[in-house]
Design a protein around this ligand. Sequence first.
Ligand SMILES: NC(=O)c1ccc[n+]([C@@H]2O[C@H](COP(=O)([O-])OP(=O)(O)OC[C@H]3O[C@@H](n4cnc5c(N)ncnc54)[C@H](O)[C@@H]3O)[C@@H](O)[C@H]2O)c1
Length: 329
Amino acid sequence: MAKQESQTKILVTGGAGYIGSHCCKQLHSRGYLPVTIDNLVYGHAKNVRWGPFYDGDIGDDLLLERVFAEHDIRAVMHFAAYAYVGESVKDPRKYYTNNLGNTIALLEKVLQHAVPSFIFSSTCATYGLPQALPIDEEHPRAPINPYGRSKHMIEQILSDYSKAYDLRFTCLRYFNAAGADPDGEIGEDHTPETHLIPLILDVARGRRKKLEVFGSDYDTDDGSCVRDYIHVTDLAAAHVIALEKLLQGAPSDVINLGTGDGYSVLQVIEQAAAITASPVPFKIVERRPGDPAVLIASNTKARKQLGWKPEHSDLKTIIQTAWNWHRRI
Ligand SMILES: NC(=O)c1ccc[n+]([C@@H]2O[C@H](COP(=O)([O-])OP(=O)(O)OC[C@H]3O[C@@H](n4cnc5c(N)ncnc54)[C@H](O)[C@@H]3O)[C@@H](O)[C@H]2O)c1
């Protein structure tokens, strides 16, 4: 307990989820105490291993009051959100209520308790359809679905709040998070799963019969979509660096997190088949509306401002770490 009191406490919303739990692990390894709030709608209690856990909703005013009363929170990392693009089109209310409304409620508490540093999980979905590649932070923000718009709105709110109040933020715009903790302690486990690599690994394990590949006539080398996959451990490392900069007084900023390289869906399938030594049968189906051919980040700013670079994000390491974890769950 004495040790806990001496540690700098970071509130991690969504810390039982995929990216949040990997960040908690790195926070802990750097000497911080992650204090998690997660309502377990999509997260898993077993992912919360590196600090106290509050099982509840960030929209619950009394719960937030309790957390702030019980802990001297120095910064917030805000991962809690819904993140299914298709669902956000079918049920936008769900997205605006949680991603926007509950984040505004959280920010209210953050301001009331004078916590000056806030890290926000943003997304490349705030850019919409790419007008130039690689996508840098100055690329116009024109999200094409409620999920992307909910994140874009929070970015704008943070910008306004930071000008008016004593709050500095870093918005980290992730491209495609992938892979699993190299120690095999945590990994990606979403229900429903929509992300390519876990879906492929489910097919490789025989838990799913066939993979659907959306479109084969894109303007790419093999006709399938190209995406920028960033290892979740590299994402987590960038969060801790961004946190330390904010704690040292760095100004608010918006930074892409991606590798600057892209892999096609068919390349990912081929690499996964080789690593798992299993066939990955797939069927080409219609394109999904709103899927751009290529999404690749410029990470020049992350390298410069954060002094960060991806270290685990080559496709082989991403798939190998995901497979090591995935085949045990
Ligand atoms: N996974 C990606 O590739 C990716 C890419 C870009 C941005 N993001 C963003 O990163 C963040 C984390 O993504 P993830 O893949 O780890 O998702 P995740 O679903 O695994 O984690 C989100 C966690 O938040 C919790 N949660 C949701 N609403 C809550 C609420 N109101 N109160 C308390 N807990 C709540 C869920 O139970 C879950 O554990 C999200 O904000 C997402 O939009 C993810």
